[in-house]
Design a protein around this ligand. Structure first.
Ligand SMILES: Nc1ncnc2c1ncn2[C@@H]1O[C@H](COP(=O)(O)OP(=O)(O)OP(=O)(O)O)[C@@H](O)[C@H]1O
Length: 477
């Protein structure tokens, strides 16, 4: 174990490539308390995020991928300080912002902006586009050169919207156009870091490609740094320079895009990737095997001991049950938290295997069988049995701890307005298990042509978040 810790220290020293990270997260923790009774006695906690450490370097895109409920959104809200961390530190441009007060955070809000998943709910329906995109200027007391109106129109043009539509309302736009409005608003104050939480998953596939390409272009043009959260490996692959894979509140693998896709080291990443549908029918036969993990994602209220993935891992041995593997660098630019990594040196050779019946590895299926049934990428491992896994509905199964329970609408309001405040208190949404699946997001009519080949390979829109437009309005009232 000491040996592993030394390796971890060496890895982080090695990673110092000279450039100061824009964002530095160390041991970040967020536990949502579960309370009971009128006295709100604490009876447990949802360990949504449990010890994340990563850097985001200037100008890069760090993609964060993982299945529903693994803590991606919570992580995004923590780094933008919409949520108060339970532990760990967040540094932005070398400044510790972990517990900074709202007043001191205000100037920093200009530099860190967020784009939300739901282009319907994140815009106030009672405000015109001009009012929405111009809000950050008013909140920060900034008057751009040439005035707010001219700047808003320039921003609308920048994101590919007609500046003449300044006085229109959100309902007059399609889903893709609304997401562009959200992007224009996020860019208004020329932020340094943009955190995009599932920026395209509520959109029609062809429009996903357009928005992804827009984000790409804006990054080149404005030198932005992105932290992009998504559950779709195809989208993540297209946009990211480096990728962090999350499982049950932890990063299990963090690597350069090429390294991760060519030789994934964590068994969980391997399983996720094996479920990516292959778009080219001629290449489908080459796919060697599809790994279907048995069982559901365990509850973040009482996660498994040791490696959190051991209950579903086909390589698990005794040490996996007792000892948590640290995230260490096993290859250049490739960190993994696993005792028995794929494509790398075994960290605990000779350890006795676990007897549990934990995994089904399905042999390669015929292209005909695989094609129509390929589920949305990260959900595939949740499929409990082989037979069920081929049903898209089964693939969309959620963790029992209410991962889909709606978040408090107010959570969206502050940053929609450009100057978010941390959430005062979180309601324990995971206390009640939810058994039924949430409805899929409505898909807007597609009017744009795709540019991203990969992004169009599967469609996995998530349930739309609760409408926040009202909340935004209320917050302002
Ligand atoms: N305000 C809250 N109160 C209690 N539990 C919460 C709260 N917000 C999130 N959780 C729980 O924390 C866990 C992680 O949720 P989070 O939304 O971060 O996951 P995610 O990976 O972003 O999932 P999704 O892609 O479905 O949004 C889930 O179990 C969720 O139920």
């Amino acid at each position: 174990m000491t040996d592993l810790k030394n390796k971890a220290a060496a890895a982080s020293a090695e990673q110092a490539d000279g450039s100061e990270p824009l964002l530095k997260v160390n041991g970040l923790v967020k536990h949502f308390p579960i309370t009971k009774g009128v006295l709100k006695r604490k009876v447990g906690a949802v360990q949504a995020v449990d010890g994340l450490s990563f850097d985001v370097r200037p100008g890069e895109t760090l993609g964060v991928v993982g299945e529903s409920g693994c803590g991606k959104s919570t992580m995004g809200r923590l780094v933008t300080r919409l949520l108060e961390p339970t532990g760990g530190t967040i540094e932005f441009q070398g400044k510790d912002i972990t517990h900074m007060s709202a007043g001191r955070l205000r100037p920093m809000r200009r530099d860190i902006q967020m784009i939300f998943q739901d282009p319907y709910g994140s815009l106030n329906p009672r405000h015109t586009v001009g009012g929405i995109v111009g809000t950050p200027f008013r909140l920060q007391g900034v008057t751009p050169e040439g005035g707010v109106k001219a700047e808003v129109q320039r921003l609308l043009e920048l994101v590919g919207l007609n500046p003449e539509h300044y006085n229109r309302y959100p309902h007059e736009f399609s889903g893709g156009q609304r997401q562009r409005i959200g992007i224009a608003r996020a860019l208004a104050l020329k932020p340094k870091l943009v955190v995009a939480d599932e920026p395209v998953s509520a959109l029609d596939v062809s429009i996903q490609a357009q928005v992804v390409n827009l984000l790409d272009d804006l990054q080149d043009e404005l030198g932005l740094t992105y932290l992009i959260i998504a559950h779709d490996l195809s989208v993540i692959r297209h946009v990211s320079d480096r990728i962090a894979v999350m499982y049950l509140g932890k990063i299990v693998e963090l690597a350069d895009r090429g390294s991760l896709y060519e030789a994934p080291m964590h068994p969980y990443t391997k399983a996720l990737m094996s479920a990516v549908p292959v778009p080219d029918p001629r290449r489908r036969g080459a796919k060697s095997e599809r790994i279907l993990l048995k069982g559901d994602v365990p509850s973040p209220i009482s996660p498994p001991t040791g490696c959190r993935f051991h209950t579903r891992c086909w390589k698990a041995t005794q040490i996996c049950k007792t000892t948590e593997p640290p995230l260490i660098q096993l290859k250049t630019g490739h960190q993994v938290a696993c005792h028995h990594p794929e494509n790398g040196e075994d960290q605990a050779p000779g350890d006795a295997p676990l007897e549990a019946d934990v995994i089904t590895v399905a042999p390669a299926r015929t292209p005909e069988a695989a094609e129509p049934e390929a589920p949305a990428v990260p959900e595939a491992p949740e499929a409990p049995e082989v037979a069920e896994a081929v049903e898209p509905e089964a693939a969309a199964g959620k963790a029992p701890e209410a991962a889909e329970a709606p978040e408090p609408a107010a959570a969206e309001a502050p940053e929609a307005a450009g100057a978010p405040e941390p959430e005062p208190e979180e309601s324990p949404k995971a206390a009640e298990p939810v058994t039924e699946e949430s409805p899929k997001a409505a898909e807007p009519a597609s009017e744009e042509s795709p540019k991203v080949a990969d992004a169009g390979t599967e469609e996995s829109p998530k349930a739309a978040e609760p409408a926040t437009g009202d909340a935004e309005g209320k917050a302002k009232e």
